[in-house]
Design a protein around this ligand. Structure first.
Ligand code: GRG
Length: 297
């Protein structure tokens, strides 16, 4: 049967959404808006690119999908927290996300801050209660999540990005920001799928998967910058032109729109060339790379 990326993405979206919904139920039953805000931030849309990567990399290496649910949901919870905090008035100050009011608009600033905090704890809790991972695998998953989300990964990238507002940065500096801000969680998703497999000690496979992740992580950001200029708010579900409003350095600003498109294409090619070196069927990862540079939302 021919592979359809969009059916596969939809199946994986439904799978992780169902799992997250179940796991969040007990939080919604408390007498506080916190659980509702967590639920709102996680379950109102989103492409689920990071869970897709956890599932696809794990599957490629022979891991059953049931063994990947907790990890896929955990990385999505960290991602959702980062979006809630990124949208706050003290950061990007956005009112629209995934086509809906941002969490602090739908609730209030304090609840959104707490929902982000609690989603981060929730992610780690999910890993600890995964019945299919060994204790050693859980520690490794927790380490991947902690490193990629923290001050040597996403938070570092976010901090450097905030420092770069109203300043011009070089292309290398921009790359460093985005390898951390956007790339770290993408790489973590790939490594979590890898770590759940029997190949977890194979450094050659690990490095190839990391290189693939770095290429698509940057490509993801380049496309994000392009969409901020030529995308439609309706399709991307958030305000367009926000980079320009915040006077941020972006790939189109440094390379021109055509240059940014070429950069995305060259990162895509790097991702495919890296996959060619893996002795596995990588159709899902190839299709995801293609989706990343052609996406309109
Ligand atoms: C607040 C610590 C902290 C970090 C925020 C992720 C992030 C760091 C900021 C988001 C800003 C942004 C637009 C980054 C560009 C790439 C990106 C992560 C886009 C949003 O991710 P998608 O497109 O979102 O996967 P969906 O809604 O599909 O899940």
């Amino acid at each position: 049967m021919q592979y359809s990326f969009f059916s596969d993405l939809k199946e994986k979206q439904q799978r992780v959404n169902y799992f997250l919904d179940q796991k969040l139920t007990s939080y919604k039953q408390q007498n506080s808006p916190l659980g509702e805000a967590m639920n709102y931030a996680v379950l109102l849309g989103g492409k689920r690119v990071r869970p897709f990567l956890v599932y696809s990399v794990g599957k490629l290496l022979g891991v059953p999908l049931e063994k990947l649910d907790h990890s896929a949901a955990a990385i999505e919870a960290i991602h959702a927290y980062s979006l809630v905090h990124d949208d706050l008035p003290a950061m990007d100050d956005d009112t629209l996300r995934r086509g809906q009011s941002t969490c602090h608009i739908a609730f209030d600033d304090a609840t959104a801050i707490l929902a982000g905090d609690a989603l981060q704890s929730f992610a780690f809790e999910l890993i600890t209660e995964d019945p299919s991972l060994t204790a050693q695998q859980k520690v490794a998953q927790i380490q991947i999540l902690a490193k990629s989300a923290g001050a040597k990964g996403m938070c570092l990238g976010q901090s450097l990005d905030l420092c770069a507002e109203n300043k011009s940065v070089t292309i290398d500096e921009l790359e460093y920001i985005h390898l951390n801000k956007t790339g770290a969680l993408i790489e973590a998703s790939v490594l979590m799928g890898f770590n759940a497999s029997d190949y977890a000690d194979n450094l050659e496979i690990k490095h190839l998967l990391s290189d693939y992740a770095k290429a698509i992580g940057l490509a993801f950001q380049v496309q994000d910058d392009i969409l901020d200029i030529i995308g439609s708010a309706e399709k991307i579900g958030k305000t367009v032109g926000s980079d320009e409003n915040l006077n941020k350095s972006t790939y189109p600003k440094l390379l021109g729109l055509e240059g940014a498109k070429q950069k995305a294409q060259s990162l895509y090619q790097t991702a495919l060339d890296t996959l060619d070196k893996l002795p596995f069927e990588t159709i899902e990862l190839r299709a995801l790379a293609d989706f990343i540079i052609h996406r309109e939302s």
